[in-house]
Design a protein around this ligand. Structure first.
Ligand code: SF4
Length: 475
């Protein structure tokens, strides 16, 4: 499950704030309808936002281009969380310019966190970009696109404290089995290294009524699994409702068989939420919980709000309450002032928790953050690189061991589709491990019980000669 830095889908129709209503009906488009291609960088929040953008444009009469070469409008939905992602986006928009040779009126636009973050710079650094849309301007994305197509520079990067896109459904480009529902936007934590509170604004919850409408809508379309999304998803609040209550309500939606959420914030993990995971069978025994580092002085400088001991206590509590629970995490090396001893504590925390998987990064200074202004980015690049390699090597050892421990077990696998090579079916276990299976195992959306026979890279394998022995999930 790709992560953000915290790492990071009632009544049937709701109309709020003006012209847009939700409808799953798709009126056919004329053959000459303009085509849009949306390319997404970053986390699942961005994937969900891209679906929202596509849904809005589809309702306004824009078709979906199969590739950038067919598009009249290309929108790059960006991520400003890491410097690398930002550089890739710049490079990508320049690359896309070549399509103007065939389509001189091609509009290239930037949406998302980078649009908000670099609004002033983009006009000079990327003059070929004629549309800039921040994360709170997607409700009106079609009029921005119209303006850009009419030759104007269309920019809307305002932050809107109330925008939760209530009443709008996206046009997702997923497998039709696992869907995403955004339940919270923005973030109030202000970790010292992170741009998200500045690019996505303050935290606000989507109303439970809207969340349930969205989940039911996905269930009606045949989705079996949903992942609730939020930057710090378990701090969710709406009026007097909390995350535990929302999880229970979502788990009562017929048709949805599995529920996940990402990314919870360690400080906001209440006993009530642990109780729901332990007691609701639809809640998967898997938590992606970003720790970032294992040393208290660094956690303090990051202003994460928890200590190493508190994080480990929470992990023990979850392991005690939810048998066989799996964890993944985000780890950052080389933050300001990180010593070799601090780094060793990160490695030892990894040994203690034994995460199934992790997103691992080296710190890069992001302008406008507290760390950029007040702390010294004093860990040399080669040290950051070495520490990152050590973290990756250790994680690979843990991932291999976790895979090896599943061999011989019977797992409940939700089939999501055909593998990239086309020679296997792919699915996931409740613990979020990917399983490669024979092509004739079943259809996407079906759940099968398969004996795990081995592992390849980052997946488990269930070979044809190892048929299922229904229905236990334990040896
Ligand atoms: S500020 Fe902290 S909690 Fe919020 S998105 Fe960034 S890393 Fe996550």
């Amino acid at each position: 499950m790709p992560g953000s830095l915290c790492s990071v889908a009632v009544p049937d129709l709701v109309q709020i704030r003006g012209q847009n209503t939700t409808s799953s009906e798709q009126t056919p488009l004329p053959e000459d309808a303009p085509l849009v291609y949306v390319e997404t960088f970053g986390c699942q929040m961005n994937e969900a936002d891209s679906a929202l953008i596509k849904g809005q444009l589809r309702r306004a009469g824009y078709g979906a281009a199969q590739g950038p070469e067919h598009a009249d409008v290309i929108l790059v939905n960006t991520c400003a969380v890491r410097e690398k992602a930002e550089q890739r986006v710049y490079g990508r928009t320049t690359q896309l310019l070549r399509h103007r040779e065939q389509k001189p009126n091609l509009v290239i636009g930037i949406a998302g966190c980078m649009a908000e973050h670099l609004r002033d710079k983009l006009e000079t650094t990327a003059p070929h970009v004629s549309l800039v849309a921040g994360p709170d301007s997607y409700r009106d994305i079609a009029s921005l696109v119209d303006r850009a197509r009419a030759g104007q520079r269309a920019v809307d990067v305002r932050l809107d404290k109330t925008e939760t896109y209530e009443g709008l459904d996206g046009h997702p480009d997923d497998d039709g089995v696992s869907g995403f529902v955004t339940i919270q936007r923005g973030c109030d934590k202000f970790c010292t290294f992170c741009v998200v509170p500045y690019t996505r604004g303050r935290e606000r919850g989507v109303s439970p009524r809207e969340v349930l409408r969205h989940v039911r809508h996905l269930a009606d379309q045949g989705y079996k699994e949903i992942t609730l999304l939020g930057q710090t998803v378990n701090s969710y609040r709406y009026e007097d409702g909390d995350f535990a209550g929302l999880l229970r309500a979502v788990s009562r939606v017929d048709g949805i068989e599995r529920i996940r959420f990402t990314s919870p914030y360690p400080v906001d993990f209440s006993d009530a939420v642990i109780d729901v995971i332990a007691s609701e069978p639809k809640l998967c025994p898997y938590v992606h919980m970003p720790v970032q580092v294992g040393a208290d002085p660094v956690l303090e400088r990051m202003r994460r709000g928890y200590s190493r001991a508190e994080f480990l206590t929470l992990v023990r509590k979850l392991k005690g309450a939810v048998p066989d629970i799996a964890f993944s995490t985000d780890i950052m090396v080389g933050f300001c002032g990180e010593t070799d001893d601090d780094h060793a504590q990160t490695l030892s925390l990894m040994d203690e928790v034994r995460f199934d998987s992790a997103f691992m990064f080296q710190y890069s200074d992001r302008a406008i953050t507290y760390a950029s202004k007040k702390l010294e980015d004093d860990v040399p690049d080669e040290v950051k690189g070495r520490r990152l390699r050590e973290v990756i090597d250790l994680q690979e050892t843990h991932t291999r061991a976790s895979h090896a421990a599943r061999v011989g077990r019977v797992e409940e696998v939700l089939i999501s589709g055909v593998s990239k090579r086309g020679d296997k079916m792919v699915g996931r276990t409740p613990r979020f491990q990917s399983v490669l299976m024979p092509l004739d195992v079943g259809r996407p959306g079906e759940t099968v019980h398969r004996t795990i026979t081995g592992s390849t890279g980052h997946s488990l394998r269930s070979d044809p000669e190892s048929p299922s022995t229904l229905p236990s999930s334990e040896p």
